[in-house]
Design a protein around this ligand. Structure first.
Ligand SMILES: [Zn+2]
Length: 255
């Protein structure tokens, strides 16, 4: 497997941009498409060593992962693309990829169409935007993000006893379980902070962001507010918060 960065560096996507993963061998396969950047395309072509790309698996439909599909299909028109909505993966579906087998695992939360791919040989997991080292993942409540689903997805991947994690952004993760545990703890801590912010009179996701996140780059503040909204939606589901005409309120849980 070769890691081929998509060359779309930004505050969002990290200093090397989105990772794409190339499996050469019997079934030349790429996980995630990048954005169609010419140097990325050239690196994929070089990695393929004259073979044609046969299979393109997409972790989820966000543009930094799926935007390059048309460019890749233009270059390798016979590649089969598995993505929502045209030809979605099914949970548990197994793909011959390179010289191994990749199993699709539906992991909604960051996006409703999010899949991880488990290498059945190594137990490594190509995890898209499930986690990343040195940061957190946005749960965009306005764009299909769901925190309860996300926590279930984290626990599902942890239960596979994965080897390494290969995320869509940043370096590989050697201790998958430790990072997932840290993520779950982080979300629990965030939930407590948001409950405390509601207690102190914050009524909107934006006000909660200012109190909880402190100094945040203005470019990232709207995404933080969307993640706070995902937390509020979960608190509402849990019967611990409610949205009134005047704003969000903490309420006593039923049990
Ligand atoms: Zn994403």
């Amino acid at each position: 497997m070769q890691i081929i960065p998509a060359n779309n560096a930004s505050e969002w996507t990290g200093p090397t941009g989105t990772n794409t993963y190339l499996f050469t061998g019997a079934v030349p396969t790429l996980i995630d498409a990048g954005v169609g950047d010419p140097s990325h395309m050239a690196a994929v072509e070089e990695g393929l060593g004259g073979r044609a790309l046969a299979l393109l698996l997409i972790t989820h439909g966000h543009p930094d992962h799926a935007g390059g599909v048309p460019a890749l299909l233009e270059r390798w028109p016979n590649a089969r693309v598995r993505r929502v909505p045209l030809d979605p993966c099914r949970d548990g579906e197994a793909f011959c990829a390179g010289d191994t087998v990749l199993r699709a695992i539906h992991t909604p939360g960051h996006a409703p169409d999010h899949f991880c791919f488990l290498d059945e040989g190594t137990l490594d997991v190509y995890c898209g935007d499930l986690v990343r080292l040195g940061g957190t993942v946005v749960i965009p409540a306005h764009d299909g993000g769901n925190l309860a689903d996300y926590l279930r997805s984290l626990r599902r991947i942890r239960a596979l006893a994965p080897g390494r994690l290969f995320p869509g952004h940043g370096p590989a993760v050697d201790d998958a379980r430790a990072l997932i545990d840290e993520y779950v703890r982080h979300r629990e801590e965030r939930e407590r902070q948001i409950e405390a912010a509601l207690d102190s009179g914050c009524e909107t996701p934006e006000a909660i962001v200012t109190q909880v996140y402190g100094d945040l780059s203005p470019a990232l503040a709207p995404a933080a507010a969307d993640t706070v909204l995902a937390h509020l939606a979960k608190l509402q589901q849990d019967g611990k918060a409610a949205r009134t005409a005047a704003g969000w309120r903490r309420c006593a849980g039923a049990g």
